[in-house]
Design a protein around this ligand. Structure first.
Ligand code: BDR
Ligand code: CA
Length: 324
């Protein structure tokens, strides 16, 4: 079976890094490139962190392209309070020199998408995608499938009462992407906080990963410790919500999340900026431009995530059901 080609557009980021690891351990797909956007970390830091992850995974052959350093209109606000001062949980892993591409992320996407069938898994703010629309809408419309970690339907926001970080960071970009998808009768898969909040990496799950594969377990522990502390302080959770790997898992296996099709618009102004307004009751009588995921099969996700990252056959995950 030929592998599906994907570009991972991200802002690593602790959970972006876990998502990249999952993608690289998934035989169904070929990661064509990693494109970096400003979000959790500024793009130079995101680039460094992507290299650190690729080095750990022994996959420095995958090209990384640096993208937009600031949102379209809004002043850039990073999320280093959540991801640590190095953007990777204050793991302070050694820097990996080199590997900079002269081409920028948007140019790379433009070229790659026009050349071959390719999907995009967007794990950060949508600034690169919005710039692609502005520059070459046909390239954007050639995206095979577009999966976005972002937004929320009924779950509360994580940046304001109503907004999730990726859409809040660059609401104008997210609004343009959803509008363009709508105008062109296309569809975006919205893997928002309703489903990602169900994916909590607990100390027990992490210890299980460590028992199955100490090298991987140790790496995941190093980059998530800060995230655990942050979640305890702000959400009173023992564990951490790992949003981005769920978008990759859903791309790989549609049974991981379920939801409904709806018209979605992203608000750009005032106290609702970044809110994903989901017309689930069809008030606006508009064609659906999004598949909104609101249910997650946690066991299915964890089976995929833990088995692939640790290199353990799913049928050998004997105690998983008891510890989810
Ligand atoms: C999203 O924002 C970032 O902090 C995470 O990497 C994820 O993509 C969750 O709101
Ligand atoms: Ca992210």
């Amino acid at each position: 079976m030929s592998k599906k080609k994907v570009i991972i557009d991200c802002d690593p980021g602790i959970d972006d890094s876990l998502a990249i690891m999952l993608a690289l351990k998934s035989p169904e797909i070929e990661v064509m490139a990693i494109t970096i956007v400003c979000g959790n970390s500024p793009v130079s830091m995101g680039f460094s962190n992507a290299k650190k992850v690729l080095k750990f995974m022994n996959r420095l052959d995958i090209p990384i392209y640096i993208g937009e350093p600031s949102p379209i209109k809004k002043k850039y606000v990073n999320a280093l309070d959540t991801h640590g001062e190095d953007g990777l949980g204050e793991s302070f892993l050694p820097e990996v020199d080199g590997f900079e591409n002269s081409m920028d992320a948007v140019s790379y996407m433009q070229e790659a998408l026009k050349k071959e069938k390719c999907s995009v898994i967007a794990l950060g703010p949508m600034t690169n995608l919005a710039r692609l629309i502005e520059r070459d809408i046909d390239a954007f419309l050639s995206i095979d499938e577009l999966v976005s970690m972002g937004g929320s339907f009924k779950s509360h926001g994580n940046c304001s009462p109503v907004a999730e970080y990726n859409y809040w960071c660059d609401p104008d970009a997210a609004a343009l992407v959803y509008k363009t998808v709508y105008d062109n009768h296309s569809l975006i898969h919205m893997v928002g906080l309703d489903v990602t909040r169900k994916i909590v990496l607990t100390p027990t799950l992490l210890e299980y990963m460590n028992r199955l594969n100490p090298e991987v377990g140790d790496f995941v522990k190093r980059i998530t410790k800060f995230y655990f502390d942050f979640h305890w302080e702000w959400e009173h959770i023992i564990g951490c919500v790992i949003n981005d790997p769920l978008a990759v898992a859903y791309y790989l296996d549609r049974e991981v999340c379920s939801g409904f099709s709806s018209f979605v618009q992203i608000e750009t102004l005032g106290i609702s900026e970044g809110q994903s307004v989901v017309d689930s009751m069809n008030f606006y009588k508009k064609e659906a431009n999004a598949k909104v995921l609101n249910e997650a099969d946690c066991e299915r996700f964890w089976t995929m995530f833990i088995s692939r990252l640790t290199g353990t056959s799913p049928d050998k995950l004997d105690i998983l059901k008891e510890i989810i």
